[in-house]
Design a protein around this ligand. Structure first.
Ligand code: ZN
Length: 207
């Protein structure tokens, strides 16, 4: 387990990795720390929003689930916005076997057990990626690339491998997000971690 990054350190790490950030006013003190512990931290959780235009929702949350609902919101156009720092209502409870796989940075992320004794909101950073989550709504390349950079930046700052990254669906049977393959996503994070943070791979042929 690691001590959570300060807001300043987190921001610097994300910017160094090439995440184009906006900052929601008040994000540094927007959290649920009065409801439970934040940290030590073990990893990052990837989510999809299952909707559109969801920045206001992830900031405020709902009557039954108050915000912040993540640490960073990632819009369809690739704009990342910091919305919380500290404990956030994004993960809920996790299965112990799923959490232990992250703690051990195991290359195998097992199907989560039905029982969920782990306080995921205590131990994980979370990003909400704007997508309908229906398997048909695409993740534009710019948006997906920003998500990979976000995860890699936090892993790099903590000295974690790409196996500290899981999808929400890998932590609990209750969820199906994100609607993309997490092994492919982790492979992208691993590629970044083999390079310096400013790495900008060219996806097109160099001819
Ligand atoms: Zn989720």
């Amino acid at each position: 387990m690691a001590t959570p990054l300060t807001a300043a350190r987190l921001l610097a790490a994300l910017k160094a990795e090439g995440v184009a950030l906006r900052e929601h006013a008040g994000w540094r003190t927007h959290n649920r720390n009065d409801k439970g512990p934040w940290g030590g931290v073990n990893g990052v959780v990837i989510h999809h929003t299952a909707g559109a235009s969801s920045l206001d929702l992830v900031w405020s949350g709902t009557a039954s689930l108050p915000g912040p609902l993540c640490h960073t919101h990632l819009a369809k156009n690739g704009t990342a916005t910091m919305v919380g720092h500290g404990r956030a209502n994004h993960a809920g409870t996790f299965a112990r076997n799923a959490h232990q796989a992250v703690v051990a940075e195991s290359p195998v992320h097992p199907r989560p057990d039905a029982a969920e004794p782990v306080d995921g909101n205590r131990h994980y950073y979370g990003i909400e990626i704007e997508n309908r989550g229906d398997g048909r709504d695409p993740y534009p390349a710019a948006q997906y690339d920003q998500a990979v950079r976000w995860a890699a930046a936090i892993c790099r700052a903590h000295g974690w491998t790409h196996h500290s990254v899981i999808g929400h669906k890998e932590g609990t049977r209750r969820k199906i997000d994100p609607s993309f393959d997490m092994n492919t996503f982790r492979t992208g994070v691993a590629a970044r971690l083999r390079h310096p943070p400013e790495w900008n791979p060219r996806h097109e042929s160099s001819g």
